[in-house]
Write a protein that binds this ligand. Sequence first.
Ligand SMILES: Cc1cc2nc3c(=O)[nH]c(=O)nc-3n(C[C@H](O)[C@H](O)[C@H](O)COP(=O)(O)OP(=O)(O)OC[C@H]3O[C@@H](n4cnc5c(N)ncnc54)[C@H](O)[C@@H]3O)c2cc1C
Length: 473
Amino acid sequence: MTDTPASPAARLQAALTAIRAGGLAAQVSTSPSVLEAHSHGEAMEAACLPGAVVFARKTGDVATVLRACHANAVPLVAFGAGTSVEGHVTPAEHGISLDLSEMTAIVEMNAEDLDCRVQAGLTRQALNAQIRDTGLFFPVDPGGEATLGGMCATRASGTAAVRYGTMKENVLGLTVVLATGDVIRTGGRVRKSSTGYDLTSLFIGSEGTLGIITEVQLRLHGRPETLSAAVCQFADLDDAVRTAIEIIQCGIPISRVELLDDVQMAASIRYSKLDGYQDLTTLFFEFGGAPASVQEQVAATEAIALSNNGLAFAWADTAEDRTRLWKARHDAFWAAKAVEPTARVISTDCIVPISKLGELIAGVREDIAASGLRVPLLGHVGDGNFHSLIITDDTPAGHARALDLDRRIVHRALALGGSCSGEHGVGMGKLEFLETEHGAGTLAVMRALKHAMDPLNILNPGKLLPPGRVYQG
Ligand SMILES: Cc1cc2nc3c(=O)[nH]c(=O)nc-3n(C[C@H](O)[C@H](O)[C@H](O)COP(=O)(O)OP(=O)(O)OC[C@H]3O[C@@H](n4cnc5c(N)ncnc54)[C@H](O)[C@@H]3O)c2cc1C
């Protein structure tokens, strides 16, 4: 590192001078509207303007920016699509927001090996549209229009994780620019390897705190021969939850099983125009595979649902009907927001071992009733993961009430052996729970890793790790 000028503002200017001199002058913006768009994600955090936004187009651009930031000790926050919900992309005041959304190329496609390499700013929707003709698809589907780099960084999952796993299971390798600007490749194209530390997994879920991902080697999957979707409504939430648990415990290889409680269903019926359904707790199912296998899955699932007082299955047989159903599920957050357009919605993201899900949801409903807040419940119940969408006044008092409920829900999940976040990540919003979840010793090791890889703490400072002891051996 060179001698750094004293003030953060002067260091930022020195870094920007180096970035412009490195050939990126046309990719730097300090326009107020661009700064505003990079000042927050989808969370409840207070926005903070970055000092500048740099739009990267290739790995070399990212390396140029990081070298300049490292030489001048300027904080940098990677920005994919900004759909994260825990304050992940909130920038430092005199820092740089590094936008990767223009890095959208498919670098290589290996259909015969079921893998591909993409730039980190490509969205999963754009990838699937472009590879449709190959008969393959990428299954991880968070609700937002997220980038694959952002999805790696948050270890995202979605409705299909119960069948295909999360980003952790679907990324084979990465290109990463380290804090110093050095570029490394991790992993490879093979399905397994027992050589060396698993650095790919280290970067998956690291929220831009250890390095910036510029390319991702992804596992692809064959589109199932047959797909079938159904909806089953229940008068009682407990019956729906028991159905989901029994489906998993019986080992039915279901592609998706999603729960929307009666409050969420009412909001989704209105927002997504889901005609023909009642305001009742509902499970959405998808079955995929060879026709005989789908038939078996359907029969077994139907039997479990009926034995738990489920009403008759409603089928979504055409591709259009299925798309409408899953679009409604993915839009559930916006449906909840539309209930009170001026309110804030904060989403919890607890996960517990599947056998504890009923107990957790029963406790959460007591907490919700005591809070007096309106809170739709929905979730990837096949994974033991669900969201409470806490709708609250957009005032300090409203935020405090919502966060109080959020804390109660998280502590219930942790007491049942769960995690405070199944898929959204830590950002700033979940920092306070990490020590209870992981223990002080484990966090000290995580800080040692962070310190070794980013000694100046320029990569997304203040996120993922609460301050504290660093393990020193
Ligand atoms: C309506 C809605 C529904 C959602 N549903 C789900 C869901 O079902 N499942 C789920 O998992 N999430 C869900 N999310 C959350 C969000 O979509 C995910 O966290 C997503 O993975 C974020 O991707 P992004 O491109 O928007 O990343 P951003 O929000 O831009 O960034 C997220 C984090 O990753 C870092 N980052 C971004 N790109 C890179 C990179 N290339 N290299 C290193 N670090 C990087 C950022 O610094 C930040 O810390 C939902 C969000 C919304 C608004």
